[in-house]
Design a protein around this ligand. Structure first.
Ligand SMILES: Cc1cc2nc3c(=O)[nH]c(=O)nc-3n(C[C@H](O)[C@H](O)[C@H](O)COP(=O)(O)OP(=O)(O)OC[C@H]3O[C@@H](n4cnc5c(N)ncnc54)[C@H](O)[C@@H]3O)c2cc1C
Length: 464
């Protein structure tokens, strides 16, 4: 049963705590606005916190995401609402009424101190969703090592209510009777940063992913390559063997009208090249082949990144993979049509691990939950070409992959633009046509922070 509860007001509500939502929230909060980030998962960080390294710099993804997550969590103007889903956005006058539901986690977040004693006491394990099932997690646990906030969550699908966690908890935070709660939040402006999801690994049955554990998602490969990977090294899922011949099949879920995704997902070429480079470092003896239609290396430094991969010995094969069959020893047989071979273009090639470049889809269908319009591809519509973060509704802006596939650089840039557009909107609502940054509360906060007068939300003496 869902209980209707309290009403809250904020300057800005951000839908989604991925890197886009975090960046928009920080930009607004640094300008003195009160921000609420609503995130349906148990931690902020979105898809980026699960990546291994990022192209084109090969920086560790969690090393650059965690400080931003932490900055958002400790910002005096930002409130995090995790385990909470935005259900509806309704324009009322000049503001937005947002209905959200906080899921039951069976742990009181006010009381939980993140000590993990409940997790250590729990005797039930299930496939870890953060590791995409490659490892196991306890039925009550902090979702992953650098999750923010560090609060335990109980999974009712696996909990046996044995009481071990409740007895271990030093703050009496376990609440087996907790129920979902619905809140209404009145926000002067909303930034939609609801991100992307990949289409099903089985969207093309001819690739045999449903039958073989060794046809994997690129997100699974990210976890296998992560610095704190579940196995500590790259092993193939079916039998734990170290792979010796790895194939990347590009455009496996995009640029294909027959599966309803005619557009390019934009980042697949680059993350396949990145993963191939990381694999050649982790498995120097392995053969690595990328089967591609075109290589789209559009960003700054991306073409050089591609050339570096070729120089490292990664095989780039221009061709379309028609189907993938199971072969002896859990290997896979790829039937490939080489598009540059006029005579005898069909080949068969055996690999022991295959990564499918799935297509990027919108994670949240905005038009089912608001009057926001979507493009034909399902992403949030951006009707104004010179203000791409604007939507069809005044006061609602979009950031990051909610409005279309993009890499992290473009996501961050657009998130800053969305924050700037939201700030301009708020000033216009207050009748302040020419806001002077040097006199508003934003600048006061920034000046105080830079002078060392504010640290972690506490006012301290400058110079300490
Ligand atoms: C395999 C792979 C590797 C990649 N590698 C790179 C790379 O190396 N370099 C690079 O530049 N880019 C890379 N990318 C792209 C990068 O992941 C994205 O650009 C970035 O993560 C987009 O961030 P986002 O915040 O827009 O979306 P997300 O990370 O998807 O965040 C959206 C958040 O919104 C939340 N949410 C959605 N709906 C709701 C709702 N109704 N209520 C509450 N919360 C909601 C979700 O739970 C999620 O946390 C890669 C992508 C993939 C698939």
């Amino acid at each position: 049963m869902v209980a209707m509860e309290k009403q809250i007001h904020t300057d800005v509500l951000v839908v989604g705590g991925g890197i886009a939502g975090i960046q928009s929230a920080l930009d607004m909060a640094d300008q003195g606005f009160k921000v609420i980030i609503v995130e349906r998962q148990s931690s902020i960080g979105g898809q980026m916190i699960a990546l291994s390294k990022v192209f084109p710099t090969l920086d560790c993804a969690s090393c650059i995401t965690t400080p931003k997550m932490s900055a958002a969590a400790h910002h005096p103007n930002i409130q995090l609402m995790v385990n909470t889903e935005v259900n509806q956005i309704e324009t009322i006058g000049a503001g937005q009424q947002v209905t959200v539901t906080r899921k039951a986690t069976y742990v009181d977040p006010e009381k939980c101190i993140g000590c993990r004693l409940c997790e250590y006491a729990c005797e039930i394990e299930y496939p870890d969703p953060f590791e995409l099932g490659l490892g196991a997690i306890r039925a009550i646990a902090i979702p992953f090592t650098n999750a923010i906030p560090q609060k335990a969550v109980l999974n009712p699908d696996y909990c046996t209510t044995c009481g071990l966690c409740a007895r271990a908890c030093p703050t009496d935070a376990i609440d087996y009777a907790q129920e979902p709660q619905t809140f209404t939040i009145h926000a002067d402006t909303v930034i939609v940063a609801s991100g992307f999801a990949l289409n099903s690994l089985n969207v093309k049955p001819q690739y045999n992913a449903a039958q073989s554990k060794n046809v994997i998602s690129p997100l699974t490969m990210e976890r296998l390559l992560a610095p704190h990977a579940p196995y500590g090294r790259v092993l193939r899922p079916s039998d734990g063997k170290i792979p010796t011949s790895i194939a990347f099949v590009q455009c496996a879920g995009s640029r294909d009208e027959t599966i309803g995704v005619p557009y390019c997902s934009r980042v697949c070429c680059m993350y396949a090249i990145k993963q191939a480079m990381l694999l050649s470092g982790a498995l120097p003896m392995a053969d690595i082949t990328i089967y591609y239609m075109d290589i789209r290396a559009f960003g700054k430094g991306y073409e050089q990144f591609y050339q570096n991969a070729k120089a490292m010995g990664i095989n780039f094969v221009r061709g379309k993979v028609a189907r993938i069959e199971s072969a002896p020893n859990d290997d896979m047989l790829l039937h490939v049509e080489l598009t540059e071979e006029a005579v005898d273009p069909c080949r068969q090639q055996r690999h022991d691990l295959v990564v499918l470049a799935q297509g990027m889809l919108p994670q949240w269908n905005v038009s089912e939950h608001s009057s926001l319009q979507r493009e034909s591809d399902g992403f949030v519509a951006s009707p104004d070409v010179i203000n791409p973060s604007a939507t069809n509704l005044p006061g609602i802006f979009s950031a990051g992959t909610a409005s279309g596939p993009k890499d992290i650089v473009d996501t961050i840039t657009e998130s800053g633009a969305a924050a700037m557009a939201a700030r301009r909107y708020l000033h216009q609502q207050k009748g302040d046509k020419n806001p002077d940054l040097s006199t508003d509360k934003a600048a006061v906060h920034l000046v105080q922070r830079d002078a060392g007068e504010i640290r972690d939300g506490q006012t301290v003496q400058a110079g300490l």
